[in-house]
Ligand binder design. Structure first.
Ligand SMILES: Nc1ncnc2c1ncn2[C@@H]1O[C@H](COP(=O)(O)OP(=O)(O)O)[C@@H](O)[C@H]1O
Ligand SMILES: O=C(O)C1=C[C@@H](OP(=O)(O)O)[C@@H](O)[C@H](O)C1
Ligand SMILES: [Mg+2]
Length: 180
């Protein structure tokens, strides 16, 4: 698995909550004619409940264990586009596996731009609940170290999800051509 050619590697999107991993991942998969896996959606399906309910009923440590199992299982496949949840890359086992076997792309956004999305996110992201903007910035900053471990990254601030997916598609096609 380690030496898979680039074109066969799963594309794994990482980055902070709300940056657009799920939206962009789905679009990118369509553009590349690949299957799409959203790890949070897989977890919700397998557990038969929403992520907020999972956090409420079983707590974050349980969610992280399940998340690890799902990411390791999904990333052992080939040629998929996989969107992780924003906290997944803080788990070393997930990071190590994805960096070794997949193509990891970090979708970045400045905190000032991200702040504008808070109202869209608080309802179904239990990690954000009850936190002040200052606490959210601390969380954002503390996650950057994990996201910095990637194969490629792009700043998404002023781009639409479709523009991001198109840019990624073009860059990937160039990289695949170069590897031939
Ligand atoms: N490039 C973008 N510009 C503006 N809003 C976006 C963009 N990408 C996603 N969104 C919106 O931000 C919210 C979070 O997107 P989502 O794809 O769920 O992010 P993530 O999976 O990283 O948490 C959604 O309401 C989505 O419509
Ligand atoms: O950053 C996090 O800890 C989380 C991010 C969420 O995914 P998105 O990044 O897709 O919102 C989801 O996995 C869960 O609510 C926890
Ligand atoms: Mg998501």
């Amino acid at each position: 698995m380690k030496n898979l050619p680039l074109i066969e590697r799963n594309i794994v999107l990482v980055g902070f909550m709300g940056v657009g991993k799920t939206t962009v991942g789905r679009l990118l998969a369509q553009k590349l004619y690949r299957d799409f896996i959203d790890i949070d959606a897989e977890i919700e399906h397998a557990q038969g409940m929403s992520i907020p309910n999972l956090f409420r009923k079983h707590g974050e440590p349980f969610f992280r264990e399940i998340e690890k199992e799902h990411v390791l299982q999904a990333s052992a496949s080939r040629m998929k586009v996989i969107s992780l949840g924003g906290g997944a890359f803080t788990q070393k086992a997930i990071r190590d596996y994805c960096l070794q076997h997949c193509l990891v792309i970090f979708l970045d956004i400045r905190f000032d731009s991200w702040k504008e999305r808070i109202h869209m996110l608080t309802g179904n992201r239990p990690i954000l609940k009850g936190k002040s903007v200052e606490e959210l910035e601390e969380l954002y900053t503390s996650r950057q170290q994990a996201y910095a471990l990637n194969h490629s990254q792009m700043t998404t601030d002023s781009l639409t999800a479709d523009e991001i997916a198109s840019y990624l598609k073009e860059s990937l096609i160039t990289a695949y051509e170069l590897e031939k």
